[in-house]
Design a protein around this ligand. Structure first.
Ligand code: SF4
Ligand code: SF4
Length: 127
């Protein structure tokens, strides 16, 4: 259980589970590789933002606590100016411009889903 939790948090890799490397566990290994593939993708790309669904409302900029901390005024609906926020709306579409600042990723690893919950268009998906 402890290893599985750390695996989900991307603190360890599947290859570090030595019993899985033993003969007879090939099927389980394959299934687990399939299951954690989205997590591995999340590590690289993090939050998925579907531009086709985005209405450009800017709510993701407003609700993201990192954006509010980086640019205080974004929490009050002001557009991001510095290029240091996680989100920015350009030409009517939200962009993720600084994913590495998201609280979900190291070193914070906070299970934040505020932007996903705040996007009424369903344009943000977090794995
Ligand atoms: S909250 Fe959703 S719809 Fe609004 S700008 Fe952000 S991603 Fe686009
Ligand atoms: S998950 Fe949280 S910290 Fe990360 S971009 Fe969304 S609201 Fe901001």
């Amino acid at each position: 259980m402890a290893f599985a939790t750390r695996l989900a948090l991307r603190e360890v890799s599947l290859e570090e589970c030595t019993p899985l490397a033993e003969p007879g566990f090939e099927e389980q290994l394959t299934k687990l590789q399939e299951m954690i593939a989205p997590l591995l993708t999340a590590e690289e790309t993090g939050i998925k933002l579907d531009e086709e669904k985005c209405s450009g409302c800017g709510n993701c900029v407003v609700v993201c606590p990192v954006d509010a901390k980086t640019e205080h005024d974004t929490a009050f609906g002001k557009a991001a100016r510095t290029g240091e926020t996680v989100f920015r709306v350009e030409n009517g579409i939200a962009l993720i411009i600084n994913l590495s600042k998201c609280r979900r990723f190291p070193p914070d690893r906070v299970n934040c889903r505020v932007c996903e919950q705040g996007c009424s268009a369903g344009a943000i998906e977090i794995w």
